[in-house]
Design a binder for this molecule. Structure first.
Ligand SMILES: Nc1ncnc2c1ncn2[C@@H]1O[C@H](COP(=O)(O)OP(=O)(O)OP(=O)(O)O)[C@@H](O)[C@H]1O
Ligand SMILES: O=C(O)C1=C[C@@H](O)[C@@H](O)[C@H](O)C1
Length: 175
């Protein structure tokens, strides 16, 4: 069975919903940010600060190509889908689901969180620009899932239910 890739802006819930989706589908969950940190032995914020964003993007592309291409839920970093090559890889190898969420909701969710080097609560206009510039890349996917006010458990159940109804060609066959 092809992997399921979750994409979307920082704070859209990829990691949170992805881990619950893994439970729903009985599949392992792999987070690209986490694999990068393990592989390169540094936190994402350290890579940005010490090596720069371009190096981080190279790590992201390299890691994506190394990940399993079956039987997994893969939660991606918020900027991974910006690269046309990364998008093509995901579209060719799996089901790409964009977790769509309003920027207001994201500001609310990330109020207390300062772990994301590219997210800054104080720079609302810059965040708006970044968010809007990325929407076309996220929309280049198999399915847009509007998270709205949906609780993470509910979101995971709804995604799993649709996958199981085979509307996306998902079979659940673990070959
Ligand atoms: N559907 C939801 N409803 C309410 N809170 C949520 C929801 N999804 C995620 N959150 C909360 O929002 C915060 C960010 O979520 P999460 O880390 O899953 O986002 P992400 O898309 O993986 O972000 P990033 O791309 O930056 O890693 C967390 O505190 C999480 O608990
Ligand atoms: O949106 C982004 O560009 C990022 C999102 C995070 O998941 C991390 O991958 C990193 O902080 C960059």
């Amino acid at each position: 069975m092809k992997p399921i890739y979750l994409t979307g802006f920082m704070g859209s819930g990829k990691t949170t919903v992805g881990s619950l989706l893994g439970e729903e589908l009985d599949l392992p969950v792999i987070d690209t940010d986490h694999v990068i940190e393990e592989t390169y032995g540094k936190r994402v914020a350290e890579i940005f600060a010490e090596d720069g964003e371009a190096v981080f993007r190279r790590y992201e592309a390299a890691i994506l190509a190394e990940l399993p291409t079956k039987n997994a839920v893969i939660t991606t970093g918020g900027g991974l889908a910006v690269s046309a090559d990364n998008r093509k890889f995901m579209l060719d190898h799996g089901f790409v689901i964009f977790l769509s969420c309003s920027l207001e909701t994201i500001f609310e969710r990330l109020k207390e969180d300062t772990s994301r080097p590219l997210f800054n609560q104080e720079k609302k206009k810059d965040m708006q620009k970044l968010y809007e510039s990325r929407l076309p890349f996220y929309r280049d996917c198999h399915w847009v899932f509007e998270t709205g006010e949906c609780h993470p458990e509910e979101a995971a159940k709804r995604i799993a239910a649709r996958l199981k109804r085979s509307e996306l060609g998902y079979t659940g066959d673990k070959r």
